[in-house]
Design a protein around this ligand. Structure first.
Ligand code: NAP
Length: 527
């Protein structure tokens, strides 16, 4: 049942007087539940509890953390239809998407459970002592990853489950041994509270310390700001706009003790359409891309917002087909009137620039919060000269850049801001012919896709979901897949520490039987 209160550790508390409701964009009405924003005292209490919980939780074994993570997954599934209906009523997204995202969320939790159960993720590295080494004895040095401390996770508007309360950031932080305080996204506070109740139930059932998780309501930026500035918070996870992510990053850098902010922000996800591929299968590509641009009403960070090709008949035919196909797709609902408003503003900004040619725009009447899809074209030189055209339009929008030649294409790619993904559509021989173009794209992105679409992010260990700024604030890390755990840990060395006082991961006997580097050899053997 939704109470509208904050989870401050295991307790539901709402002493504040600032309240708000979520919004059903399909029905264009407010939802019933009333949420109370967390007060300064509640924020402080949540962080204090998390700091206290860290002492125990950071030392909790991988096996016990795995039990906790699996229990969260079970409790989320047990929420059943109430969760799915709340999700749909707060986002306008269909039931199929809600169930798919729930599956992904549960899958992520179970994957992290497996990772910590195995235990090798801590990268145990041991260099044993060499007392007889000349000219100086070598000490015994042993390194492993340690959790940072309380982590604040900002729920994402466009992934109420997989990138919010118990989403990727939270799962990775809990797996690493960091307590988590979630700044719930105001657009889906009910979904957030339900998932928070599942986490708290799981924490209680599996004996985790009070404060290992808190969920704070907020309908403005103050709660998030206070959390980022709280001296006992040690790291931030964020998914959303460049403006929001950058503000939090700057704030964290100005603290007396600066802390890392791992923000995953905007991206236009450039797609290069090479001529032979367009000639051979331009019609099919147009259909594929019409679907990809409008998937989820374009509200994915991997949406293909920028398509680039070299001028010619093939590209013109592709634009004509894409423009025809995209208008055959029924418009769909956006997450919230504010997101719809931002779509209209950003779309208008781009379309009002000089020398923009709109080739498709849905014109029939649609329901209030539905987005009309748009495709526009522009010459390469115009695009190069106007950086406003490089900005993300969050929604079903894509701009096709018609370049004079491969040199211009390469120059444009090299001048783009950092991106989450880049895609190359080409035939095999063609790709080696355009190797400089491909290199230019590779330098600007975190993941490069061959003959596919950027939408759809596989959750697997080899995935990189990040990229040069502003796609993320730190291109060395990924926000998806088990490697994302590395954002919440730091390397720590023990020198000449007695064997029985070392953590199990570093003991001579290797009681956890994990894979370790011992004197530069990867092994599960004892020392
Ligand atoms: P947002 O404005 O970036 O906000 C995300 C979260 O951060 C919200 O909880 C917000 O709090 C908080 N926040 C924002 N600015 C802050 C600040 N200066 N200080 C403290 N907290 C701050 O994103 P959104 O609300 O999800 O959507 C707005 C726009 O962001 C969209 O229209 C879209 O353009 C973009 N977006 C992009 C992606 C992507 O993956 N590329 C994903 C989602 C959204 P409050 O809401 O409580 O104010």
């Amino acid at each position: 049942m939704i109470t509208g209160k904050n989870y401050i550790g295991n307790n539901l508390i709402a002493e504040g007087n600032k309240t708000y409701k979520t919004f059903n964009p399909q029905l264009n009405i407010e939802n019933e539940s009333v949420f109370t924003e967390a007060t300064s005292e509640e924020i402080d209490l949540a962080v204090k509890l998390a700091t206290k919980a860290y002492k125990k939780f950071s030392k909790t074994s991988g096996i016990r953390k795995a039990v906790f993570l699996n229990a969260i997954a079970d409790e989320i599934l047990a929420l059943d239809d109430e969760l799915i209906q709340t999700y749909c009523s707060e986002t306008g997204l269909p039931e199929g998407r809600a169930k798919g995202e729930r599956g992904r969320t549960v899958g992520q939790l179970r994957t992290f459970a497996k990772l910590v159960e195995d235990g090798s993720w801590v990268e145990a590295t041991i260099d044993t002592a060499q007392p007889d080494r000349e000219p100086m004895a070598r000490p015994d040095v042993r390194k492993m990853m340690m959790p940072l401390g309380p982590v604040v996770v900002f729920g994402a508007s466009n992934f109420p489950l997989a990138y919010s309360t118990a989403g990727g950031d939270t799962a990775a932080a809990l797996a690493s041994g960091c307590p988590v305080i979630v700044k719930s996204h105001p657009m889906h506070a009910g979904t957030g509270e339900l998932v928070a109740s599942a986490i708290i139930k799981a924490a209680e059932k599996t004996g985790m310390p009070n404060g290992v998780f808190s969920n704070l309501n907020s309908s403005g930026i103050e709660v998030g700001q206070k959390l980022v500035m709280h001296p006992q918070v040690k790291a931030i996870g964020f998914t959303g706009s460049i403006r929001g992510g950058r503000a939090l990053y700057d704030m964290a850098a100005q603290r007396e003790e600066p802390i890392p902010v791992f923000a995953e922000m905007g991206s236009v996800n450039p797609v290069i359409m090479l001529p032979t591929a367009l000639q051979n299968r331009g019609e099919e590509l147009a259909k594929t891309y019409a679907s990809s641009i409008t998937l989820g009403t374009g509200q994915f960070c991997t949406n293909p917002g920028l398509i680039l090709g070299i001028k010619g008949e093939e590209l013109s035919d592709f634009v004509a087909n894409l423009s025809k196909d995209i208008l055959e797709i029924d418009p769909s609902c956006m997450l919230h009137p504010n997101i719809k408003g931002a779509y209209e503003v950003n779309k208008t900004t781009i379309l009002s620039q000089d020398k923009i040619n709109v080739t498709a725009e849905f014109t029939k009447d649609v329901q209030s919060n539905y987005a009309k899809q748009v495709v526009a074209t522009v010459e390469g030189s115009t695009f190069l000269a106007n950086t406003k055209l490089h900005q993300e339009v969050f929604g079903p929008f894509s701009i096709v850049v018609q370049c004079e030649d491969s040199d211009e294409l390469e120059e444009i790619l090299s001048k783009l801001e950092g991106q989450l993904t880049g895609t190359v559509i080409g035939d095999n021989n063609e790709v080696s012919e355009y190797s400089e173009v491909v290199s230019a794209l590779q330098n600007r992105v975190g993941r490069i896709i061959f003959n596919g679409v950027p939408t759809g992010v596989e959750v697997c260990p080899s995935m990189v979901h990040g990229g040069p700024y502003p796609a993320s604030t730190d291109s060395r890390f990924t926000a998806v897949g088990v490697s994302s755990i590395k954002r919440w840990v730091r390397p720590f060395s023990y020198q000449d520490w007695p064997n029985d006082l070392l953590p199990d991961e570093l003991k001579n006997e290797n009681p956890l039987e994990i894979l370790r580097s011992v004197n530069r050899e990867l092994t599960t053997s004892k020392i």
